[in-house]
Design a protein. Structure first.
Length: 348
């Protein structure tokens, strides 16, 4: 890149964002540079048989995905990078003290993002602290797998090896789905679709029988009930913020603390007991405006996708072809709604 272009980008972004992109670029470069050929790793006596088995399975899942959808092979997961940390990166979501809404960062050529990701946990914490000093709540969470959406050749990461066979297959199918279908500037629909295809193709691959599918269906129903209950509580809190708008962080903390202790946490605990859940992970960790916003943005499921699939009929290949056609129609017609809303409208 010529100096003039770099200078223009620096002015366009501002110092902090330019430094952020530089650090992320270095982090991504290290992942690419430190990778090893799969053949070399498989022949290395220092690498455990368990890890080698995971790598071979990832290759099998990758081949199955591209063969199943009859899509051209891509170089994703052709090399392995062993990280010096458990998680590959950390996401930071921030929300102002008087709302439940993710703070969005804008980058030229890439658009808006309701989060920032950091390869360095220390940098993530520094950014979170900086946002807290500006009267934002923050939520930091680890990331074990991600897609560069074709900007780089994604590696097999050592953070993948913690997954069991079902989780690993679903994760691989999820991430590879991003290589064959991606909607610009729409995080929700991209994640919802990848979640759906990853889970569904995992069941196809492992040839789930009726009993296994029914068990999974019941587990999903329990998660849906808990999810709906949680979303309802968050909406109650958002309503309180509108009605009793806090003037500063001090007032906001008082309001949040009261809501958590008297309503949110007791209600979640009661719901867990009602659903007879063995563990209630939703009660773990601290909740605040930022985590509420993160949950509403990233954890919500696209229930409309299942309904749309039922309407379209056919197998997953037919459904993906249908989505391709609809996305082409969407781009040609250029409606003033998101592609997610566009798809929801097709159900009616």
């Amino acid at each position: 890149m010529k100096f003039a272009n770099i200078f223009f980008l620096f002015l366009l972004l501002g110092c902090s964002k330019f430094l952020y992109l530089t650090e992320q670029g270095v982090g991504q470069f290290k992942i690419q540079w430190n990778s090893r050929e799969i053949k070399e790793v498989l022949e290395d006596p220092k690498v455990s048989p368990e890890i080698k088995d995971k790598i071979l399975k990832i290759q099998t899942y990758k081949k199955y995905f591209y063969d199943y959808f009859k899509k051209p092979y891509q170089d994703i997961y052709s090399e392995v990078t062993f990280l010096d940390r458990e998680a590959v990166s950390h996401l930071v979501i921030a929300s102002l003290f008087d709302r439940v809404e993710p703070h969005k960062e804008w980058f030229p050529f890439m658009g808006e993002f309701p989060y920032l990701g950091f390869f360095s946990k220390e940098s993530a914490e520094e950014y979170a602290q900086d946002m807290r000093e500006k009267d934002y709540y923050t939520y930091v969470r680890p990331v074990y797998a991600y897609s560069s959406l074709g900007y780089f050749e994604d590696r097999i990461l050592s953070s993948f090896f913690q997954y069991d066979d079902y989780e690993l297959a679903e994760m691989v199918f999820h991430e590879i789905f991003h290589t064959v279908f991606f909607v610009k500037d729409n995080v929700d629909v991209n994640e919802n679709l990848a979640n759906y295809f990853g889970k569904q193709l995992m069941q196809v691959y492992f040839k789930f029988d009726a009993k296994e599918k029914e068990k999974l269906k019941k587990e999903e129903e329990l998660r849906r009930q808990m999810r709906d209950h949680l979303v309802g509580l968050i909406r109650e809190y958002k309503k309180e913020l509108v009605e009793n708008k806090p003037k500063n962080m001090k007032e906001s903390r008082v309001m949040l603390d009261k809501f958590l202790k008297k309503n949110f946490l007791p209600s979640l605990e009661k719901k867990c007991q009602e659903l007879k859940l063995k563990t209630c992970h939703i009660l773990e960790g601290d909740w605040n405006n930022a985590r509420f916003a993160a949950y509403m943005t990233y954890e919500k499921k696209g229930d409309f996708i299942s309904k749309l699939r039922d309407k379209v009929g056919g197998d997953l290949r037919n459904f993906l072809a249908y989505l391709d056609r609809q996305y082409q129609n969407y781009n040609e017609s250029k409606p003033k709604i998101s592609f997610e809303k566009y798809l929801e409208g097709l159900i009616k």
